[in-house]
Design a protein around this ligand. Sequence first.
Ligand SMILES: NC(=O)c1ccc[n+]([C@@H]2O[C@H](COP(=O)([O-])OP(=O)(O)OC[C@H]3O[C@@H](n4cnc5c(N)ncnc54)[C@H](OP(=O)(O)O)[C@@H]3O)[C@@H](O)[C@H]2O)c1
Length: 339
Amino acid sequence: MRAQTLVKFGAPEKAFEIREHEIPTAGEGEVLVKVEGFGLNFADIMARKGLYQDCPPKPAVIGYDVVGEVAAIGAGVDHVSVGDRVSALTRFGGYAEYAITTKEAVAPIPKDMSLGVGLALATQYCTAYFCAEEMIQLHEGDHVLIHAAAGGVGTALVQWAKHRNCVIFGTASESKFEHIKKQGVHHPINYREKDFYSEIKAKIGERGLDVVFDAIGGKTFKKGWKLLGSGGRIVGFGASDLTGSKTPFGKLGTVLGFGLWHPVQLLTSSKSMLGVNMLRIADDRPASFQRVFRKVIEHTESGVFAPVASQEFAFEDLPKAHDFLESRKSIGKVSVRIY
Ligand SMILES: NC(=O)c1ccc[n+]([C@@H]2O[C@H](COP(=O)([O-])OP(=O)(O)OC[C@H]3O[C@@H](n4cnc5c(N)ncnc54)[C@H](OP(=O)(O)O)[C@@H]3O)[C@@H](O)[C@H]2O)c1
């Protein structure tokens, strides 16, 4: 089978080569998917730049989510059959004509669901739902800050916070304001030109925020923490800021920017920090992942979640897809079609 293979860290056009690989075999509890298309996640940019510690050694086939047809199932798989159209979370291996994953990370989807929508469910919507509903419970009237609110995970978080009748602050590039307002953001902030801390502080004063969803990291995380009121919680689930720094010093700046913490600070301020890595959940708590995936599908069918498909690229144009995601132009899920 053909797979877009990461052979070199750096610019997308030099990083990937289409190479032949063996088609994997479905073992016990595994599902083999003939891939119709795969999704891009921000972590792919980090992996391509050599900034993602979980990435397998090169040459590597990366990719976290696929949509396609079940080609084979191993023993013990009974919720999908050969021929079903499915959305699946892969732990790498997604940028290929066939991908293998565990049964808990596969869910059937309708034949007429668009590729981009199906792809958004497995990683971005499961991450958002796990953060917002399993790690934290949002309540009516909560004041919530969502960074990169027009992105894949960001859009899902906005839709969930809207469902919970929260007051939503969302950061994004200004060109995306109309989109995020339509999704439910009450207070859009162009964090690239304005200091989101001062903007929010001016609006809410001492009240403080109830929840911050942060996947930017560095100083952005520290400022988010300072905006929380008593009982407030910040969920850290990424460090997009790392991709902006070109030097090791810049990267160190992001790491140190998070701040240094002692548990006593959490007790005395009555504020909490939570960390989420969905790969760890899928690997170590497969039943939790499956529960989350089912809920995501349920809420998509009921209309609470309405994933937004961004641009679709051809298999050979993967470098263009990477450039597009990194250029900050995307709204929702960027996808690559194989057939
Ligand atoms: N922990 C987990 O398990 C998990 C799972 C999925 C995703 N994540 C994390 O969640 C975040 C969002 O992921 P996603 O896949 O949904 O991506 P995404 O938000 O769709 O990523 C693209 C957007 O990120 C924003 N952005 C912020 N900093 C950026 C930077 N330095 N360079 C380029 N764009 C930047 C840009 O929007 P604006 O300019 O409009 O802000 C851009 O359009 C990422 O940090 C990702 O690593 C974590």
